[in-house]
Design a protein around this ligand. Structure first.
Ligand SMILES: Cc1cc2nc3c(=O)[nH]c(=O)nc-3n(C[C@H](O)[C@H](O)[C@H](O)COP(=O)(O)OP(=O)(O)OC[C@H]3O[C@@H](n4cnc5c(N)ncnc54)[C@H](O)[C@@H]3O)c2cc1C
Length: 389
């Protein structure tokens, strides 16, 4: 795609995104056109579109930002295409989405901004996205969806659960990847969850799920999951992972359930002969939020290449935490617990400019930590995180 086409796409999207309420209005207009003109497509989407709308705009923003980085964008789109097989999408669906999005953008941007040249640029961009996704989907031989049975549900905190499943068919994924998941009580409400263990021939997989107030899926998982539930999983996504035989030192920063894909990678690394040095900062608001410290401590005891530093924002546990003391005061091999905002603590803790960095957690934490590290001299190309939607 030439640079003029990219510039035209970016300018239109930025103009829409910069306006107060613009992204939401664009998403509403897009879905209204899509469902009016192609009513049969409505069945592919959940009844409540709130999270879907937000995700659509973030996904477009993510793609638009990377149009000039095909090395990163095309693998991402290919993964998304493989994942979309779970919806049973066809070339006709992609064409309907492309046309509806162009109509929504055109209507929203107005005639001054939405020229024929701009429309052609968007058509070219959306064609590239659709063809990359459909080609990857057609070439994939793994199942479009995996089914798994819940074999354990552990309520670790009032608002956080660990759920283990046994898949009917083992999934091949890289430690550090995430997948979209659908639980039985929330049909069509797929949510991304990161696998907390590496792939294994037994087909066992573990997820750490936090319940967000007002959320559709998190509270249902934490409140109602029982052994025997059947979940659906889409194809693996994401590019986190530590290369074999790399000598580059690693800095990992994970907050809350963000620890899941990091611990999966550490567990995978324990099976290797040699590993680079890894410094993991594990953060949470309260001490009880560091719910997996015992595992990390055990890994650190057994593996000299791993250093683990706990970070909390407050040394007090919340009032609802029944076990009022520090939940893990005596764990061996951990660095001294730090108190403060995690990005600030990590940036001040050393020179990370020659490290490969992974950051996982809620989007604001990822952004803040990334900016802190960049300001401290870490090159942007050394910092990786999953898409923030
Ligand atoms: C790559 C990736 C990996 C993920 N891995 C995990 C994981 O391993 N474990 C896990 O628990 N979650 C993970 N998530 C988040 C998860 O996919 C859902 O977004 C989250 O569980 C909320 O879903 P929900 O249905 O409960 O809330 P929704 O119904 O989707 O959202 C309800 C409201 O809460 C807001 N909201 C959503 N998430 C947050 C948040 N983190 N903080 C504050 N407000 C929020 C929404 O904007 C919305 O207004 C991951 C997300 C991504 C993008």
């Amino acid at each position: 795609m030439d640079s003029r086409t990219v510039a035209l796409i970016r300018t239109t999207f930025k103009a829409v995104a910069a306006e107060e309420g613009g992204p939401d209005k664009l998403a509403r207009s897009f879905y209204a056109i899509l469902f009016t003109e192609y009513p049969h497509i409505r069945d592919l989407f959940p009844a409540a579109l709130g999270a879907q709308r937000d995700r659509l705009i973030k996904a477009i923003g993510y793609t638009v930002e990377r149009l000039e980085e095909p090395d990163r964008l095309l693998p991402f789109l290919a993964q998304l295409g493989r994942d979309h097989r779970k919806y049973g999408v066809t070339a006709e669906h992609y064409a309907a989405v492309s046309r509806s999005l162009r109509l929504a953008l055109g209507g929203y941007a107005g005639t001054e901004l939405w020229t024929d040249e701009v429309e052609r640029a968007w058509e070219e961009g959306l064609d590239l996205i659709a063809s990359t996704m459909t080609t990857a989907a057609e070439q994939e031989t793994a199942p479009p969806v995996w089914t798994g049975t819940v074999v354990e549900h552990r309520a670790v905190l009032r608002n956080l659960s660990i759920v283990r499943l046994r898949l009917d068919q083992p999934m091949t994924y890289a430690a550090g990847q995430y997948m979209s998941v659908q639980i039985p009580s929330r049909p069509r409400m797929w949510r991304y969850l990161s696998a907390a263990v590496p792939p294994n021939p037994q087909g066992e997989i573990e997820f750490h799920i936090r319940s967000i107030t007002g959320g559709w899926v998190g509270p249902a998982v934490v409140g109602h999951t029982v052994v025997g539930d059947r979940w659906l999983l889409g194809s693996p996504l994401g590019g986190l992972g530590v290369l074999r035989n790399t000598r580059r030192k690693m800095l990992m920063v994970g907050c809350g359930t963000g620890i899941a894909p990091l611990r999966a990678q550490l567990l995978a690394m324990t099976q290797r002969r040699s590993n680079p040095r890894v410094h993991l900062f594990v953060g949470g608001q309260h001490p009880c939020d560091l719910y997996d410290l015992a595992t990390l401590s055990a890994l650190s005891v057994a593996h000299k290449w791993l250093t683990v530093t706990p970070v909390v924002e407050s040394i007090e546990n919340p009032w609802w935490y029944a076990d009022s003391g520090d939940p893990a005061p005596e764990l061996p091999a951990l660095q001294r617990r730090q108190v403060g905002q995690i990005g600030k603590v990590v940036a001040a803790a050393g020179d990370w400019s020659d490290h490969d960095v992974q950051i996982v957690g809620a989007p604001p934490m990822v952004q803040t930590t990334k900016f802190r590290l960049m300001a401290a001299g870490v090159p942007t190309r050394n910092i990786r995180h999953d898409p923030l939607f």
